[in-house]
Structures are given as C-alpha cells and as structure tokens.
Design a protein around this ligand. Structure first.
Ligand code: ASP
Ligand code: MG
Length: 423
C-alpha cells in the first residue's frame, strides 16, 4: 500500500482534480488517496456554523448554499460527472443542517464537527467519481465509519486499534486498486462525526500509512517540497532534500506550514518515509523525511510564526511556586486549545506565547481568578535553526525584541510587530 494526500489547494477546482487523477493513475496500486476539503470550503463551513449559532438560521442556509453546495455541483458538472452520488451527500448535509438548526442548547463544537466534516465528504465524493470516470478502479470510503475517535469535538483523539481493524476490514471486504478517503474527519463510538483539528488531513494520511503498514506516504503540495524559508520572506530559499523525523517535528513545532505537527509520530513508529512533493510537477524529487540519524539539514532554516499573543502571568502575592503553578497554567491553556510556541520564566513571572485563537480571552479570564495576567498581541516568533552570524545579521528583527532564546544551533526572537499591550 502507498498513501497519497492532497490538500485543499490541490483540489480547489476541476483542473486540480484532473491533475490529481493523472498523478494517482500513474501510481502503483494499491493506493489510499486522502483528500482535504476543496479550497477554502472548511472556512466557509465554519462561517455557516457561526452564523447559525448567532441565531441567523436562514442566512446560514443561504451561505451554505452559495459558498458550498453550488460551487461543488459546478465543479462536478465541469468534470462531466453524473452528480447523483454527490447530490445524495448534499441531501445528507441539508438534513444535518436542518436537524442542528432546530435543536436547542446544543454544543457548538459538536455541531461544528457534524457540519464542517461535510467539506471532506463532498470533495472525496467528487474525486472518487472522477477517478472512476477516468477509468480507474476507485472506491470511496467513509472515514466517519472507519476512523474511531473519542468525543473531543474539533480536536478528537484517534483510537488507533479500533480504527485499524475497521479500515483493514473495509479494505479486505472490497478489494480495489484505489481507495479515496477523507482527511481530517472521523466519528466517536456513537457515530457522531468528529474532526482532528484544523489542517488535520496530513495527520490522517500518516495514520492511514501507519494502520496499513504503507511503503510510503506522499503529501502533494503547492510548493516544491520543504524549503529552508518561506520564499515570500527570503528570495534565496532552497529546497531541503532530506530531513530526519526529528528535524521535521522541530520544524513543524516552530511553525513551518509544511506539515501538521502530529503527522510525524505515526510514521516514525513504523519507519515509513514521508515525501513532500509539488503537485504541479509530479516528477520533481521534492523532500523526503526518513531516518532518525543526526540532522541532515546543512542550511539555516528560517521559520516565522505570526500573530502570537504573549501571556505574562504573575502571582497575586509573592508566593509563586513554579512547580505548583505550571501544571495549573498549562491545563488552562490545554482546556482552551491554545498552542504554546515559546516559554520564558523568572522567579515571579512566567511568559507564554500562544497562537492566535478565539479562546484566548476566555483563557485569560480563567487565569485571572488565580494570577495577575497581562498580554501582548500581534507578535512574531522568528526561529532560525542551524543559525550563523551572517543569517542573523540579515534577519534579526529591528523592532522591539521581547524574548530572545539561544541554544547551540537555534535562536528564537519573539518581537512586536503591532503596538498592542493590554493590562
Ligand atoms: N479541511 C481541513 C482544514 O482546512 C483539514 C485540512 O485541510 O487538512 O483545516
Ligand atoms: Mg484545508
């Protein structure tokens, strides 16, 4: 088995789906094709759910129709598909929408997963139908029946053993060359749809690779592979041809947008190589992540993470026992789904930079019950791995640096990009 994963950008329109079909048809079967929602569909569905919860059901339905249903039908028609199966799924989506819009006191995150998961359902339906039309032996699988998770809606944890059994049985029951399955979505044991966190399709691909003992996993992207910097920021960015699993985890954690941070572990566990390749140039070599030996990256790697918030926490009095406070603080951050990117502590303060999120204010309110808390928004974290004087001279921020951290090979600067301090 091999696993290919195509993200939203690679299936954003009919040309993208034709390109996917060409790449998949040329691969050696059997193959699992993991697909994200088309283009910005997930954002559009998030907006539908938000509008619904704002009490504007008919506006939400209008959005669902104009930003999701109509464009999917249009793409299917451009591809010359018989739209019957797609329309069946659209009917299911409409039914789910009606059901949640008439329910009262429902959990936001549960409704979110029920509706937002349709992005992948619809995209895979189109991809599977097109692969069949193009003469392939392709079979659509429903990950809401195969990827078993707990009930942590919007950030669900996968129950690997159950999922593996379900997936392998589904494959054994229906032998085909190509299986098309949804990234990002699963369901709990009651059958309620769940999602794995934004951009979670890479993680699904890695899990499918792990569960099927795949020879390799390939993520097809709109970049040449893994670069040492964002080419929009550094014009002379170069491709990193080989990385270890450890390098890849470090890059993902520092905020490199190439792969979802959870992707590496299921692959590393079974020594499955991960290729990152450009979908517009399928014969290019791209990058490969494999092996655990020491770092193979020879160039400085520059990662910029924008829009962070630095939360600074002090005790209400001087009795700040770090060992007691830290678990408490981190459990609040976890409960509010905040992702930490840098931590700095002194005797009486701890400063933690987290990704921008709609839950920040809530978390801060929570922390304020026990601590004095201030925060700065609009910060940027610049991480340079394999750093040297020359690259630091070029890139060290001129604006106010709030935290600078240095280890032997890596330097991190957290600096202010927008003036915005709140007490
Ligand atoms: N469609 C989901 C998202 O946009 C998952 C993914 O693309 O990986 O977040
Ligand atoms: Mg996406």
């Amino acid at each position: 088995m091999i696993v290919y994963k195509f993200g939203g950008a690679s299936v954003k329109n009919s040309d993208g789906i034709r390109n996917l079909s060409k790449i998949v048809s040329e691969a050696n079967a059997p193959i699992c094709v993991v697909v994200s929602a088309m283009g910005k569909t997930t954002n559009a569905l998030e907006c539908v759910v938000r509008t619904l919860f704002d009490g504007k059901a008919s506006e939400a339905y209008e959005l669902l129709n104009s930003t999701v249903i109509v464009p999917h039908l249009a793409t299917a028609r451009q591809l010359g598909l018989d739209t019957q199966k797609l329309e069946n799924e659209i009917d299911n989506l409409k039914d789910s929408f009606q059901m949640v819009s008439h329910g009262h006191g429902q959990l936001y995150d549960k409704v979110y997963d029920c509706i937002v998961s349709y992005g992948e359902v619809l995209s895979t339906r189109i991809v599977a139908d097109y692969l069949q039309l193009a003469g392939n032996d392709a079979h659509w699988l429903d990950m809401r029946k195969l990827l078993r998770t707990d009930s942590t809606f919007r950030e669900a944890n996968v129950v690997i053993r159950d999922s593996q059994q379900l997936l392998l049985n589904a494959i054994a029951d229906e032998p085909h060359n190509i299986y098309v399955l949804q990234g990002f979505i699963g369901a709990n044991s009651q059958g309620n749809p769940t999602t794995l966190g934004r951009e979670g399709s890479d993680y699904t691909a890695a899990l499918v690779g792990n569960m099927t003992d795949a020879e390799s996993v390939t993520i097809w992207k709109d970049v040449p592979g893994i670069l040492n910097a964002d080419p929009r920021v550094m014009k002379d960015a170069v491709l990193i041809p080989e990385l270890t699993y450890y390098d890849a985890v470090e890059l993902a954690y520092s905020g490199a947008q190439v792969i979802h941070p959870k992707t590496i572990r299921p692959l590393e566990n079974k020594s499955i190589p991960l290729y990152v390749k450009p979908f517009m140039e399928p014969d290019a070599k791209g990058s490969v992540i494999a092996g655990t030996k020491k770092c193979r990256i020879e160039v400085p790697v520059v990662i910029r993470r924008n829009n962070l918030t630095l939360i600074t926490i002090r005790p209400l009095d001087f009795a700040f026992v770090m060992e007691e406070s830290l678990p408490n603080i981190f459990s609040v951050l976890k409960q509010h789904h905040l992702k930490v990117s840098i931590i700095q502590s002194s005797a009486v303060t701890i400063s933690i930079a987290v990704d921008n999120s709609s839950h920040i204010e809530e978390a801060i309110e929570f922390l304020r019950a026990s601590y004095r808390v201030s925060y700065n928004q609009g910060l940027t974290l610049l991480t340079i791995r394999q750093t040297n004087k020359e690259i630091e001279r070029r890139l060290k921020p001129e604006t106010q640096i709030m935290i600078e951290q240095r280890t032997r090979n890596t330097v991190k600067f957290l600096y202010r990009t927008l003036q915005d301090t709140k007490e």
